[in-house]
Design a protein around this ligand. Structure first.
Ligand code: MG
Length: 196
C-alpha cells in the first residue's frame, strides 16, 4: 500500500511535469503601476509558446465595518468597463517602497475613506485572473474605525458610501455589485459570519 507522503510526492512530480520554463522574457510596456509582458516559454512537450500577461505588484482590499453590520464602500467610475462601480476600498502595493500588506491596507483605507482602524484582520488571498495576470489580492476586515480626512490619488475620484451588509448582498444578487474582490469578500463573510 502507498503511504500518504508517497502519494503526495507522486502528485508533486506530476505537477512539476505541467510546469512551463521561461525561454525569453519580453517586457512589452512598462507602466506606472503594471507592466505588459509577452514571454516565450518551453512547454512540457518541448514546444515553445507565447504567454501574454500583466505583471502586477499585488493588491489589498479591506471591508471596513463602521458597526457590526454596516460597511464602507467606495463608488467610482471604472474606465475599462465604462461603469460606476460599488467596491470595497482597495489598492495596489507600492512596488518601489516594498510596502507590507498591513501598511498598504492602512494607507488605502485612509486615502480612500479617511478612516483609521484599531482592528485589522486578514480574511483570504486569491489570484483574480490567473490566465493573464500574476496579481495576488489580499482581503482584510477593519473594525473600531475613527473617521478622518480622505487623501485619494490625483486621478482618483471617489465617493464614500455606507451600505448595510444585507443590502450589499442583495446588490450582488441583482448584479449591481459586480466587482470581483467585493463579491468574494462579501460571500466569504456571509459564509463565515452567517448572522450578518
Ligand atoms: Mg483604489
Amino acid at each position: 500500500m502507498q503511504t500518504v507522503p508517497g502519494i503526495l510526492e507522486q502528485r508533486e512530480n506530476k505537477i512539476m511535469k505541467l510546469k512551463e520554463k521561461v525561454y525569453k522574457k519580453n517586457k512589452i510596456y512598462k507602466g506606472r503601476a503594471v507592466n505588459f509582458c509577452n514571454d516565450e516559454v518551453v512547454l512540457p512537450n518541448g514546444q515553445t509558446a507565447g504567454r501574454e500577461y500583466i505583471d502586477h505588484p499585488g493588491a489589498v482590499a479591506v471591508v471596513p465595518f463602521v458597526n457590526k453590520t454596516d460597511i464602507v464602500f467606495v463608488r467610482q467610475y471604472r474606465y475599462p468597463v465604462d461603469k460606476i462601480t460599488y467596491e470595497i476600498p482597495a489598492g495596489k502595493l507600492d512596488r518601489n517602497k516594498k510596502e507590507s500588506l498591513l501598511a498598504c491596507v492602512k494607507r488605502e483605507l485612509k486615502e480612500e475613506t479617511g478612516y483609521t482602524a484599531k482592528k485589522i484582520k486578514k480574511l483570504i488571498s486569491f489570484f483574480p485572473s490567473t490566465a493573464f495576470s500574476n496579481e495576488e489580492l489580499h482581503i482584510y476586515t477593519a473594525e473600531d474605525l475613527t473617521a478622518g480626512e480622505t487623501h485619494p490619488d490625483e486621478d482618483e475620484f471617489i465617493e464614500k458610501i455606507i451600505i448595510p451588509f444585507k443590502q450589499a448582498f442583495e446588490m450582488i444578487k441583482s448584479g449591481k455589485i459586480k466587482d470581483a474582490k467585493t463579491v468574494i469578500a462579501l460571500l466569504y463573510l456571509k459564509n463565515t459570519l452567517p448572522k450578518l
